[in-house]
Design a protein. Structure first.
Length: 175
C-alpha cells in the first residue's frame, strides 16, 4: 500500500512545473550555513588566532559566506575585515560538516600576503578583541570549531600539529 501511494505521489510530482518541483525539494531539504575559515600560518609555523567578543576561547578569522560568494573569496574577505591582513590561500580547502548545528565550514590554509605588514595584524572589526600568533605546541584553549578545522587540515597533511595535543577526539570537547 505504501509503495502504491509513493508511486502515485511521484507521478503527481513529475507533472508539476519544474520551478514548483524545485521549490518543493528546497523546502523539504535541511538547510546548512556555510562558513569560510582561514588558518593563517606564518613561515615560522606560528598560527594566527583571534579572540571574539562573544566567546572566551581563541578562534580563527572567518565567517559566513555571502549569498553566492565563493568560499575562497569569503575566507580572504573575512580575514581582511577582521584582522586587517591580506592573505594568500594555499591549495585546496578541507571541508568540515557539523550535522547538529547544521553548519559546513570550508577551511583554508593561508599565509600572509608577501607585502603584508605582520606588525599591523590587529582587530579591525567589533567582533574581534585580540589577535596573537601561537606556535602549534603553544596553542591556547580553542573554540571547538577551530580545533576541528585544525584537525581537518592536519588529517590532509597540510599542517603539522606535532606537540599541540590536538587529535581527532580532542577536537570535539564537551560543549
Amino acid at each position: 500500500m505504501i509503495d502504491q501511494v509513493q508511486r502515485l505521489l511521484l507521478r503527481v510530482f513529475r507533472l508539476l512545473p519544474r520551478r514548483v518541483r524545485r521549490w518543493l525539494v528546497r523546502a523539504g531539504t535541511p538547510k546548512f550555513t556555510v562558513g569560510s575559515i582561514c588558518i593563517v600560518q606564518r613561515r615560522d609555523g606560528a598560527i594566527l588566532l583571534v579572540r571574539h567578543s562573544y566567546v572566551s576561547r581563541w578562534g580563527t578569522p572567518g565567517g559566513l559566506a555571502k549569498r553566492r560568494e565563493p568560499a575562497d573569496v569569503a575566507a580572504a574577505r573575512e580575514t581582511f575585515e577582521e584582522v586587517n591582513l591580506p592573505v594568500e590561500l594555499i591549495g585546496e580547502p578541507s571541508v568540515v560538516v557539523e550535522a547538529v548545528p547544521r553548519r559546513v565550514d570550508v577551511v583554508f590554509l593561508a599565509r600572509p600576503a608577501l607585502d603584508a605588514p605582520l606588525d599591523d595584524v590587529r582587530p579591525s572589526s567589533p567582533e574581534i578583541v585580540a589577535t596573537a600568533w601561537f606556535l602549534p605546541h603553544e596553542l591556547p584553549e580553542l573554540q571547538p570549531e577551530t580545533a576541528t578545522a585544525l584537525v581537518a587540515l592536519s588529517r590532509s597533511g597540510r599542517i603539522d600539529l606535532s606537540g599541540s595535543g590536538l587529535t581527532p577526539s580532542s577536537a570535539h570537547p564537551t560543549r
